[in-house]
Write a protein of this length. Structure first.
Length: 133
C-alpha cells in the first residue's frame, strides 16, 4: 500500500470496531525500529478494544481481510474484564507499505548510459550481423 493511503486504512479499521459495537481503549503508532538489512517497509500500531466475545473474535479473525493492504498481526492478547461477558483485546499489527528504491543521480544515469553505449558499439564492430530475406 502507498504510504499516503495509511490514514484511509486506519479509518476503515476504526470504523470496523464501531460497526461491531467494540469500545476503543487505545490506538497508537509504535516507534519504528530501523533495520537496514530488512527490505520490507511497514508501520506498526498498537490497538486495544473491548466488547463481547463474539464481536471481538469476529474482528480479530477478519482483521487482515478488511482492505487490500498487506497486514499482519504481530501480537494478540485476550483477557477478561471486570464487566461480565466482556473481553479485552490487545494487539500489535503491521501495515506493509511499498518499498521505495533510491533514485539514481544524473551522474550515475549518465555513466550507465555511456557504459551501455560503449558495450553495444563494441559488440556491433566485433560481429557482423547478416539479415537473410
Amino acid at each position: 500500500v502507498e504510504t499516503q493511503n495509511l490514514d484511509m486504512i486506519q479509518t476503515g479499521i476504526l470504523n470496523n470496531l464501531a460497526k461491531n459495537n467494540l469500545l476503543l481503549d487505545k490506538f497508537s503508532e509504535k516507534t519504528s525500529k530501523s533495520n537496514k538489512k530488512e527490505k520490507s517497509s511497514f508501520k506498526e500500531y498498537d490497538l486495544s478494544f473491548t466488547g463481547n466475545w463474539e464481536n471481538v473474535i469476529n474482528t480479530v479473525v477478519n482483521f487482515t481481510n478488511q482492505s487490500d493492504a498487506l497486514m499482519s498481526i504481530q501480537e494478540l492478547e485476550l483477557s477478561n474484564t471486570d464487566e461480565t461477558g466482556k473481553v479485552k483485546a490487545n494487539m500489535v499489527y503491521r501495515i506493509y507499505t511499498k518499498f521505495k528504491c533510491q533514485q539514481k543521480t544524473d551522474i550515475e544515469n549518465a555513466a550507465a548510459h555511456k557504459y551501455i553505449s560503449r558495450s553495444l558499439s563494441f559488440m556491433c564492430s566485433r560481429y557482423s550481423i547478416f539479415f537473410i530475406f
